[in-house]
Ligand binder design. Structure first.
Ligand code: SAM
Length: 190
């Protein structure tokens, strides 16, 4: 699988309002997000999903955004200020081999990894960190673009997730993406 990190300028395309015609963040995420939640946005870039999530979690919720590109997160912060939701967004620059979420262990109600897993060098280690960060019973939505990721590669991604203790608990339909809902069991067992 290609592990090339998406260039900064692509971030501007990803937040284009036209993208909503194909990927409407509210339609995709509303079933999983409630007010007051702490949501993890993995590879958030400039925040196409982050800002709608911040509105969905409301003033008592939080969105934790991790990305390897600081410039993406700086742009996200500017957009969050404009949208008056910056107070509930935490940004963190991570590195390619770690999400650097040691201080968020067991605190995340829901995670989303949209179009990012194929850019990560070691999916299994990513999912191991996601497993640690999720609360027992919490879920994680992953979506991978069919243009970049074959069906076989997506199967391998799901197998890597299952090796860490996450289970496939749903198969949401997202246009032009392979998608799966992963869950950590209620007891938090692997
Ligand atoms: C194709 S963009 C998708 C952005 C966003 N999720 C969306 O759908 O609009 C992938 C993002 O993941 C980030 N990324 C790449 N490798 C990463 C890693 N190892 N950990 C965290 N973020 C990463 C990139 O910097 C980029 O911002």
């Amino acid at each position: 699988m290609a592990h090339r990190v998406c260039p900064y300028w692509v971030g501007y395309l990803l937040v284009s309002p036209f993208r909503r015609l194909m990927h409407n963040p509210e339609e995709i995420l509303r079933p999983f997000i409630a007010t007051g939640m702490t949501v993890l946005d993995i590879g958030s870039a400039m925040g196409f999903f982050t800002l709608p999530i911040a509105k969905m979690v409301g003033p008592d919720g939080k969105v934790v955004c991790v990305d390897v590109q600081e410039k993406m997160l700086k742009s996200l912060q500017r957009r969050a200020l404009k949208a008056s939701v910056a107070d509930r967004i935490i940004t963190r620059v991570c590195n390619p081999t770690s999400l650097c979420l040691g201080d968020f262990v067991g605190t995340i109600d829901f995670a989303v990894a949209f179009a990012v897993v194929h850019e990560v060098p070691d999916a299994r280690s990513l999912f191991a960190e996601v497993f640690q960060a999720l609360k027992p019973g919490a879920r994680c939505l992953i979506a991978e673009p069919k243009g970049h990721v074959s069906a076989h590669e997506f199967e391998l991604t799901l197998a890597a997730a299952e090796q860490t203790g996450l289970r496939v608990v749903g198969n949401p339909k997202i246009p032009r993406c392979h998608a799966a809902l992963l869950g950590k069991d209620q007891e938090g067992n692997r």
